[in-house]
Each structure stands twice: as structure tokens, then as C-alpha cells.
Design a protein around this ligand. Structure first.
Ligand SMILES: [Fe+2]
Ligand SMILES: [Fe+2]
Length: 468
């Protein structure tokens, strides 16, 4: 046998373990740049969720917000291990990096945003992460290398998505029009000595283009053309789910709808994240995780419809919850409402009940989805206790405040009709009939006739989006 067991724990060669180019101080300075750019990417992805109409981008931005937050957390921890208190992680490493991120945040169109993210910031980050691993001592600095490689892996995933999204949405004319801006962005990175700061640094910044005016966050949710009749409150899913006359199989269809409707939660949570300043980093990290979970719950609903061969765009996916919360409440009040709703899911009649419906339905997919959905919601209730209840000291006043905030939210269902925004059409029978066709069963006459709508009374309003 000629094979040998690899030396150095399989990390690297003896040559790579003898690199001397980088001291601890050099590594920290370099990683702080990765930290800064990931922090800004997290902020950009988050800020652009609410008003991005295209559903696939809304959900992907939710994922990227979470991924960037995870890597920010990992680098913060690693930097803290390198003799670094005070950490100095709030310091802007170079004005060029800041200008570049500010400009991408303020990109006036989705096309510009995608090009700035996926053709400037993320490729520059990928390159810098690669060069870091190619430069530092792979044995002495192994913990940083590990963090950097994990980050690189997910940056590659993000870039692969971005390329496809750009190919599908950005026209040649749009790209040509944005070329001067993209060149300017590249200049901002060049004057910063490259994203990693290893090149020649200059103080001569290019003139701002999109940030000539200050960026204004758009808190009004937007939806793409598949979302029709978004003010519709013509069906009350909770009334159906808790009615014992209806079968678990039929309730699964309503659960898929409830899951898909959760796309309003990231739209709302993004506004809390963007508009809340000065919290410890853990707040933003946990809230970003929850935001991503809620986008994932919406996609579980989407998959449910696909699994039945049903076109979800024929159903109105209501958005008045995120719209009203974002435009009527402060960020802290929105967080209070979110916690109040999610805490309400914890008793047996909440998420466990939805899982039981999935179990009893004989539809394995529904059981799996509700099982994970329940697990996620338990996590969210814990996060809520840590970051929201802690400021009240006790659960009771925290819930009472959430209850009061929720009661303040005005939703004028009749007014929506008067303004021609919706007719509150009862969409249930059509989709239920189609589902029964897929299942090869005759529709249950009582379930087919179900028609309970959200009325304009407070008690009914409160159950809208009570899925969390
Ligand atoms: Fe949740
Ligand atoms: Fe959820």
C-alpha cells in the first residue's frame, strides 16, 4: 500500500502552511471589509423586499437577507477571537465601499438593483473571499478560512441565481443605459483599493448618481401581475379550518392558501428591520431568520398548489395586512402585533392543530409542511420573547401592548369596495371544485357552499394573516 494519510489534518499542504503574507492584524482588517459589505448587502436585500413586485425576487431577497446576516454573524464572531475588543465593526472601512453600497440600495429600478448586486457587489465579494483564502496561512488562520469558505459557497449560489434573474429581466437597452452607473460603481471599489483593500487606495471618490438625492425606503408592498384583487377579503379561511363539518383533506387546500398568503409577513418584517436602528446585532440576525422562514412558508403554499396542478394566481392573495401595518404603525408597534399573533399560535388550537389536519388528511406533503411550519413558529415565539418581550420585562404587558397595537389597525373592507379596489369575490367554490377534480372525488356539498367572509368587525379582522 503506497497511500498515506494526509498531513496537517487534511487542511492544506506544507507549502500552504508556510505562508507569511498575512498577520493577525492584516486578516482582521480584511475580514472587516467582508463584514461591512455583507452587512450592507443584508441591508439592501432587506430594504428592497417590500416594494419589489416580482414574487420570485421578493422570496429570493428574503433568503439573501438571511444568508448575508448569517455570514455577518460568523465574521463578527471570528474577528472577536482575534484579540479585537473593541471590535470596531461599526467603522466604515472606506468611503468608496459605502458609496458603492449606498448607490445600489438607491437603484431606481429592479434592473439596476440586480446589476448592482449581482454584477458588481457580489462578484467583487466573491473575488475578495477567494483571494483571502489564497493568501492567508491555511493552518494558522484555519478558523477564518473556514468562515470564508462557507461564505464563498453561498455567494456562489447567490451569483448563480442573479445571472439567471438578469438574463430573464434586464434588457440590452437597460444595460446600455446603466453602463455609466456600473462603471462608476466599479470606480468606487477601485478607489477603495478593491473590496478587500489590498490595492492602491485613493480618497478621490466619483460623484454620486442615484444617491444625489437621499434614498427613501418604500414601505408600501407591491405585487406582480399574478397577484390580482389583493384587497379581496371574500373568504375567511380560519372559519373553514375550525369548522368540524369539513374534512381534513378539504382543509389542506385552505392551508395551502394560508401559507401562500404569508408572503405579506416578509413584506412587513422588512420594514421593521429597515426602520429599527440601534439594536444589538443579534436582533437583526434573528429577525432576518424569521423573515426568511415566512417567505419559505409562502413558498410551501405555492408548492402545495403546484402539487395539485392548480394555478394559484387565480386566487386573490390578500396584502392588506402588510399594507396597513407598514403604513399605520411604528416599527415597534408592528413588532408587537407580530408577536401577539405568533404567540397566539402556540396553544394546541394553533400550529399543532394545523399539523394534525395535515396528518389526518392523508396528504403526506401537507403533513410535512405543517410539521416544519410548526417548528419554525415555535422558534419565532422564542425569538419574540428574547427581542420583544424582554423590553417589557414580562409576557403579560407585552401581549397587552401587542393586542392594543393590533386593535389600532384600520382596515376598511367596505371602503375598498366603494373605491373600486375589490368586490370581495368569493373565490372558494371554483378552486375547491378544481382540487376535487385533481383528487378524483365529488365535492362535498357543504364545503362547496362555504361562504364566510371577513366582515368589517374587529374580531374578524384580527384573524387575517393570523398564520404568522
Ligand atoms: Fe412566524
Ligand atoms: Fe409563518
Amino acid at each position: 500500500m503506497t497511500a498515506t494519510v494526509p498531513p496537517l489534518a487534511g487542511l492544506c499542504t506544507f507549502t500552504e502552511a508556510q505562508r507569511t503574507a498575512m498577520s493577525v492584524e492584516d486578516c482582521v482588517a480584511w475580514m472587516k471589509r467582508h463584514h461591512y459589505v455583507l452587512l450592507r448587502l443584508h441591508g439592501i436585500f432587506t430594504a428592497r423586499i417590500t416594494a419589489e413586485p416580482l414574487y420570485e425576487l421578493k422570496t429570493t431577497f428574503s433568503l439573501c437577507s438571511y444568508l448575508c446576516a448569517e455570514h455577518v454573524s460568523a465574521i463578527r464572531k471570528r474577528v472577536s477571537e482575534l484579540r479585537e475588543p473593541p471590535l470596531g465593526l461599526e467603522v466604515v472601512p472606506h468611503a468608496g465601499l459605502k458609496l458603492c453600497a449606498d448607490e445600489v440600495l438607491a437603484a431606481p429600478t429592479t434592473g439596476a438593483l440586480l446589476l448592482g448586486l449581482y454584477e458588481v457587489l457580489l462578484p467583487a465579494l466573491a473575488e475578495s473571499l477567494d483571494v483571502y483564502v489564497a493568501t492567508t496561512n491555511l493552518l494558522a488562520d484555519a478558523p477564518s478560512v473556514r468562515v470564508t469558505r462557507f461564505c464563498r459557497l453561498e455567494v456562489a449560489d447567490m451569483l448563480a441565481f442573479g445571472q439567471q434573474a438578469i438574463a430573464a429581466t434586464v434588457t440590452a437597452a437597460e444595460r446600455t443605459q446603466l453602463t455609466p452607473w456600473l462603471t462608476m460603481l466599479q470606480t468606487t471599489l477601485n478607489v477603495a483599493g478593491g473590496l478587500g483593500g489590498r490595492g492602491t487606495v485613493s480618497e478621490e471618490l466619483p460623484s454620486p448618481m442615484f444617491t444625489a438625492q437621499p434614498y427613501v425606503y418604500d414601505a408600501v408592498p407591491k405585487r406582480d401581475g399574478r397577484f390580482r384583487d389583493s384587497y379581496n377579503a371574500g373568504v375567511n379561511p380560519e372559519a373553514f379550518l375550525y369548522d368540524e363539518r369539513f374534512s381534513p383533506r378539504d382543509k389542506v387546500l385552505m392551508l395551502y392558501y394560508k401559507r401562500l398568503r404569508e408572503i405579506d409577513v416578509p413584506e412587513m418584517m422588512a420594514s421593521i428591520l429597515h426602520e429599527t436602528v440601534g439594536k444589538p446585532w443579534g436582533f437583526y440576525a434573528d429577525m432576518s431568520r424569521q423573515l426568511w422562514d415566512e417567505a419559505r412558508h409562502a413558498m410551501l403554499g405555492e408548492v402545495g398548489f403546484v402539487s395539485l396542478g392548480l394555478d394559484w394566481s387565480q386566487i386573490p392573495i390578500n396584502f392588506t395586512w402588510s399594507l396597513n401595518l407598514n403604513t399605520q404603525l411604528t416599527p415597534q408597534e408592528r413588532h408587537a402585533v407580530l408577536f401577539f399573533i405568533e404567540q397566539g399560535l402556540m396553544p394546541k388550537s394553533g400550529k399543532r392543530y394545523e399539523w394534525e389536519i395535515g396528518q389526518q388528511s392523508g396528504i403526506p406533503l401537507a403533513a410535512v409542511f405543517q410539521d416544519f411550519d410548526w417548528a419554525d413558529e415555535v422558534l419565532h415565539a422564542q425569538m419574540g420573547r428574547q427581542w420583544y418581550v424582554s423590553s417589557f420585562g414580562d409576557l403579560k404587558p407585552a401581549l397587552e401592548y401587542g393586542d392594543r397595537c393590533w386593535s389600532k389597525v384600520l382596515s376598511h373592507w367596505r371602503d375598498y369596495i366603494d373605491r373600486g379596489l375589490t368586490e370581495h369575490r368569493n373565490w372558494w367554490p371554483e378552486v375547491y371544485r378544481q382540487a376535487c377534480e385533481r383528487w378524483g372525488v365529488t365535492p362535498d356539498a357543504t364545503a362547496l357552499a362555504f361562504h364566510e367572509t371577513y366582515a368589517d368587525q374587529r374580531a374578524d379582522l384580527r384573524s387575517i394573516s393570523a398564520s404568522g
